[in-house]
Design a protein around this ligand. Structure first.
Ligand SMILES: Cc1cc2nc3c(=O)[nH]c(=O)nc-3n(C[C@H](O)[C@H](O)[C@H](O)COP(=O)(O)O)c2cc1C
Length: 175
């Protein structure tokens, strides 16, 4: 085994970790909203309520680095166009509308929203982990947008009970 997987293998294997999809927002230089799609959102601790996002250097990275504040908007399943807009591959011309609350920029097409203050950062290659304490949050019912194997999915499959026996391929590995 070599010491590093090739980038395509790593991307494919990492894509089998299914995630939700968020838009991380902050305030740019002129106070206007900036945002980017991110699936690196993770809860870190319950007490104090702490989360992290891993952001590549860019516009949103710059805004979060400067203001030390960001909001995380967990997208609903019907928000694929919003997701693509904030990933830099817009489907439509019009920018999605954002609401402002306590200086956090929030998307109505979210099923959960977190307003965070950066308490710590870790630099890794061209990304920064922004660890944030949650100052404010809320949620509502709705289907989540999910991302798995590089495809957008309707994120609610059937519930599985702990004792359900599931068939899986024993030797279906791709390297
Ligand atoms: C589903 C999905 C998830 C993404 N997750 C991240 C992420 O966690 N961190 C990141 O740096 N970029 C991520 N990206 C790429 C950014 O959304 C994209 O580079 C964006 O244009 C950066 O915006 P910015 O120029 O405002 O920084 C993701 C893209 C997609 C489609």
């Amino acid at each position: 085994m070599s010491h590093q997987p090739d980038p395509a293998s790593f991307r494919a294997a990492a894509s089998r970790f299914s995630t939700g999809v968020t838009v991380v927002t902050s305030s740019g230089e002129d106070g206007a909203a900036v945002g980017m799609t991110a699936n690196s959102f993770t809860t870190v601790s319950m007490q104090p309520p702490t989360v992290l996002v891993s952001l590549k250097r860019g516009r949103t990275w710059q805004a979060v680095s400067t203001t030390r504040r960001y909001a995380v908007n967990v997208l609903a399943a019907d928000a694929v166009a919003i997701c693509r807009h904030f990933a830099g591959t817009p489907l439509a011309q019009r920018a999605p509308a954002l609401d402002a609350r306590d200086g956090f920029f929030l998307l109505p097409q979210a099923i959960a929203q977190f307003g965070c203050e950066v308490v710590s950062t870790i630099e890794i290659a061209d990304h920064t982990l922004f660890i944030g304490e949650v100052r404010w949050c809320r949620h509502q019912d709705g289907l989540p947008l999910a991302f798995y194997a590089s495809r957008f999915r309707n994120g609610l499959g059937a519930e599985i009970q702990p004792n359900d026996a599931l068939a899986y391929p024993a030797e279906g590995w791709t390297i």
